[in-house]
Design a protein around this ligand. Structure first.
Ligand SMILES: Nc1ccn([C@@H]2O[C@H](COP(=O)(O)OP(=O)(O)OP(=O)(O)O)[C@@H](O)[C@H]2O)c(=O)n1
Ligand SMILES: C[C@](O)(CO)[C@H](O)COP(=O)(O)O
Length: 240
């Protein structure tokens, strides 16, 4: 594998989860949001971005849903989901070995975050720029933070605290190195933490509350309200 003269921006969507916390009886990434499967919102966000050269979606080997929602072009399905989010991403990256450049940017984005749009993708790409490590969307903490342990409650300073979102974008080679170096996949809950474990500091780029992760049942309606409020077109089809 080699470096590209002009690195591409590639999307990698982990979509092999079971949605246990959603307790919907089927994987949450296929539940309807605003009349369209959640994962299709996420795929459409990347398909609508002129930056993204190609989108890869990682699903479980026996996923029975993906073929009915994946669009005809621009998306490749990788049936190599793993036991954890991190393993699904690591398997997906390994499946791309030989077909991407070492310095291609990989934007890893949760299928469970349907509120992403081309504007947030552009913000991440532009503000991360040529950062030597990479970057991720995140939101600064605005509430008071409590830690509750063994019946004790204590306030934790929120100074400098951010809530990580996705996409999280890193060069293909660095992301592979970081995930391969991870000794406990279950401890790596986002891609940036694997990179940080190498002693590197990614750029934090302000995201948006609409880019929430749909995790619990109440999040479905919240995501629908955000999507309706921030849709790309008004009733007369004009962009806002
Ligand atoms: N083994 C896994 C676990 C999660 N994911 C993906 O990682 C994203 C974020 O994970 P999460 O919100 O935790 O989804 P689930 O693991 O499905 O949810 P739960 O933890 O409630 O089971 C989701 O798009 C999910 O499909 C994945 O690709 N492979
Ligand atoms: C990657 C992530 O969305 C960043 O906040 C989050 O860590 C995913 O956690 P999950 O438990 O896999 O949903």
């Amino acid at each position: 594998m080699t470096n590209a003269a002009v690195p591409r921006y590639l999307a990698l969507i982990p979509a092999a989860g079971v949605g246990a916390r959603m307790a919907a009886g089927s994987p949450k990434q296929y539940l309807p949001i605003g009349g369209k499967p959640m994962l299709r919102h996420t795929l459409d966000a990347f398909l609508s971005s002129p930056r993204i050269a190609h989108t890869y979606v990682v699903v479980s080997a026996d996923d029975p849903f993906i073929d009915s929602i994946v669009p005809g072009q621009g998306v490749t399905v990788l049936r190599c989901g793993g036991a954890t989010r991190m393993e699904s991403i690591r398997n997906g990256l390994r499946a791309l070995h030989g077909s991407v450049a070492l310095n291609d940017w990989v934007l890893v984005h949760d299928a469970a975050r349907p509120g992403l749009d081309a504007e947030l993708i552009e913000r991440l790409v532009v503000e991360t720029g040529e950062h030597p490590v990479g970057g991720l969307l995140a939101l600064p903490v605005v509430d008071t933070v409590k830690r509750a342990v063994a019946g004790e409650v204590a306030t934790v300073s929120r100074d400098g605290l951010w809530l990580a979102q996705t996409p999280q974008m890193f060069r293909y080679q660095l992301l592979c190195r970081a995930l391969d170096a991870a000794t406990d996949p279950s401890a790596i809950t986002d891609d940036a933490s694997a990179v940080e474990a190498l002693g590197l500091a990614p750029r934090l780029v302000e995201g948006h509350p609409r880019n929430l992760k749909v995790t619990l049942p109440a999040d479905i309606r919240i995501a629908e309200l955000y999507l309706a409020a921030f849709s790309q077109h008004t009733d007369n089809g004009q962009n806002r």
